[in-house]
Design a protein around this ligand. Structure first.
Ligand code: APR
Length: 320
């Protein structure tokens, strides 16, 4: 059977890491696309040359021509600009919206059957715009945010509790921004919810609140340290987890920026919710119950996302 084809639109920090991970995990052949001449070609060759040591046979191709993504099974989009210190994800809106138009049209023309994972920020608005520009079905276009935000939360919790990260599960919903909603009640150590762990004396509510805030600021913390760009290892790993769930029909239950139309009382919006990813793309949005405080936080996050979508419509009238 032919290997799946994975197209990476954007061959920067995240794009290159995605290509390397896809190769090492033998998920398929990889096409790296970028507007910068030489960058995708150079990264593709460099990664291909790691094949003999790593022991993979995936084909790596770098290109500046959308025709080369033809027939891709998965497209992962990182094209655009990352933020610099002091910038919020929302500051990227105008410039990255133009990029989503070009990318959406490229995918529409050459890879209309792909499962598309958007990483470009501001995430929830960009995945919405990408879906609009590409015209693909909503269940085949999704944003990567919740897996990353939850991974950050899980990492901080595992350090706090001194337990393996594998035994910590966590859910972060809502928009991928300052208003994201880490759900303590639905986050556990081997099934024991965080509020119970506070009662058991494993941590204090103050420490848990600080971890939740650090999770919300997780991206900014790394931007502040790197100074020249934003996080790329964990974002790439998170998107690869989603791509693998689709390619292997794993039916993973992962928090993603998905199209929500009916669940959570929403009428047509991309926002972070629990989803099931399998061969059908987003096969289900899992409509969990939120308590009063969680609902208030989720509503605030939804309003922030709606504001960004409206801003996109203001910038590009074809989206209105
Ligand atoms: N088409 C294709 N590629 C483009 C386009 C375009 N229209 N515009 C820019 N690019 C490319 C750049 O040439 C660059 O190689 O996108 C790449 C982005 O790479 P980086 O600047 O290294 O950014 P990265 O860290 O990979 O983040 C990409 O993901 O997490 C988000 O906020 C982040 O929006 C940013 C995106």
């Amino acid at each position: 059977m032919a290997r799946p084809k994975i197209a990476l639109i954007g061959a920067g920090q995240i794009g290159g890491t995605l290509a390397h991970l896809a190769a090492i995990k033998e998920l398929g052949d990889v096409v790296l696309f970028d507007i910068a001449e030489g960058t995708p070609q150079g990264k593709a060759l460099d990664i291909a040359e790691s094949g003999p040591s790593e022991g993979f046979d995936a084909v790596m191709k770098g290109t500046n021509d959308y025709a080369d993504i033809a027939g891709a099974d998965v497209c992962i989009v990182t094209a655009g600009v990352p933020r610099k210190p002091g910038m919020s994800r929302d500051d990227l809106l105008g410039i990255n919206l133009k990029v989503m138009k070009a990318v959406g049209e490229g995918i529409k023309a050459h890879a209309p059957n792909a499962f598309v994972i958007c990483i470009t920020n501001p995430l929830d608005a960009m995945v919405w715009a990408l879906r609009e520009f590409s015209g693909l079905p909503h269940n085949k276009v999704v944003g990567m945010a919740g897996v990353l935000d939850s991974a950050r939360f899980r990492h901080f919790l595992s350090v706090e509790f001194g337990v393996s990260m594998r035994d910590v599960t966590a859910f972060v919903l809502g928009g991928h921004g300052d208003t994201m909603v880490p759900l303590a009640r639905y986050s556990t150590v081997a099934g024991i919810p965080l509020p119970d762990l506070v009662q058991m004396g494993w941590t204090t509510q103050e420490k848990l609140d600080a971890i939740i805030q650090r999770t919300r600021d997780g991206g900014a913390e790394i931007v502040g340290l790197l100074k020249t760009g934003s996080a790329f290892y964990a974002p790439a790993t998170s998107a690869i987890e989603m791509a693998e769930a689709y390619l292997k029909d794993q039916k993973r239950l992962l928090p993603c920026a998905a199209w929500v139309d009916g669940a959570f009382g929403l009428k047509g919006l991309y926002v972070g919710v629990p989803t099931i990813i399998g061969a059908g793309g987003i096969e289900k949005v899992v409509d969990i119950k939120l308590d009063k405080d969680e609902q208030v936080m989720f509503d605030k996050s939804v309003d922030a996302v709606k504001g960004l979508v409206d801003a996109c419509k203001g910038i590009d009238p074809t989206l209105a």
